[in-house]
Design a protein around this ligand. Structure first.
Ligand SMILES: CC(C)(COP(=O)(O)OP(=O)(O)OC[C@H]1O[C@@H](n2cnc3c(N)ncnc32)[C@H](O)[C@@H]1OP(=O)(O)O)[C@@H](O)C(=O)NCCC(=O)NCCS
Length: 173
């Protein structure tokens, strides 16, 4: 599949909100209550929150486009934008989402390779992420991409406490 990856700016906020809500909803709606989904979507994808994240110099968003359509997005964090204190040698993939109709065509791998390219350019030693223990599809993908489970942390979806595995990939050269 032919694609291109472009960095997001503040002007992309509305598109990011739309794609962010859509992909989060379609990924997790079947395993979570409507109330918890609604609460999380409102908290995480409201314009004020997204503008704050897009303005953070230590967070970087990218869209992957197929022709002129956004097929998915990537959010990276470094330094104190990371959601856990993992130190300055680490880069976090906080979000990597491909819209359903574009999954399994290599676009997730393309975004992951983008994260690796940026981590190496910034001289980071490892990439890490948190993934819900019940998200078997994503865990399979990360394992295929060379990530290993190293621990866990707590994530709140609405009022439900959930366990995320921490997965890490060490970068060479
Ligand atoms: C997880 C996700 C990003 C993967 O992206 P994708 O575009 O579907 O995956 P790709 O086509 O790039 O797959 C890349 C490679 O991983 C493999 N792979 C993909 N999913 C896999 C799985 N569940 N188990 C094992 N291998 C998998 C592919 O076969 C492919 O292998 P290859 O390089 O040998 O051809 C995508 O499915 C997605 O957005 N899911 C919903 C959102 C989500 O859960 N995000 C993560 C939240 S933590």
């Amino acid at each position: 599949m032919i694609f291109k990856i472009k960095k997001c700016t503040l002007e992309d906020m509305e598109t990011l909100q739309k794609v962010g809500r859509e992909t989060f909803y379609e990924t997790f709606k079947d395993q979570n209550s409507p109330d918890n989904m609604k609460a999380y979507l409102e908290k995480a994808f409201n314009p004020v929150q997204l503008e704050r994240e897009l303005s953070n110099i230590h967070s970087h968003f990218y869209f992957v486009y197929v022709q002129d359509e956004v097929a998915g997005y990537l959010k990276l964090n470094i330094h104190d934008a990371q959601t856990e204190e993992m130190g300055d040698e680490s880069l976090e993939i906080e979000r990597i989402y491909i819209r359903k109709k574009y999954q399994k065509f290599g676009l997730g791998k393309a975004l992951l390779n983008k994260a690796i390219e940026i981590a190496k350019a910034l001289d980071k030693k490892k990439i890490w992420l948190g993934v819900w223990e019940k998200n078997e599809n994503a865990i399979g993908f990360y394992e295929k991409m060379g990530f290993v489970k190293t621990g866990s942390h707590t994530f709140y979806l609405g009022d439900e406490e959930q366990t995320d595995y921490i997965m890490v990939k060490t970068l060479e050269g």
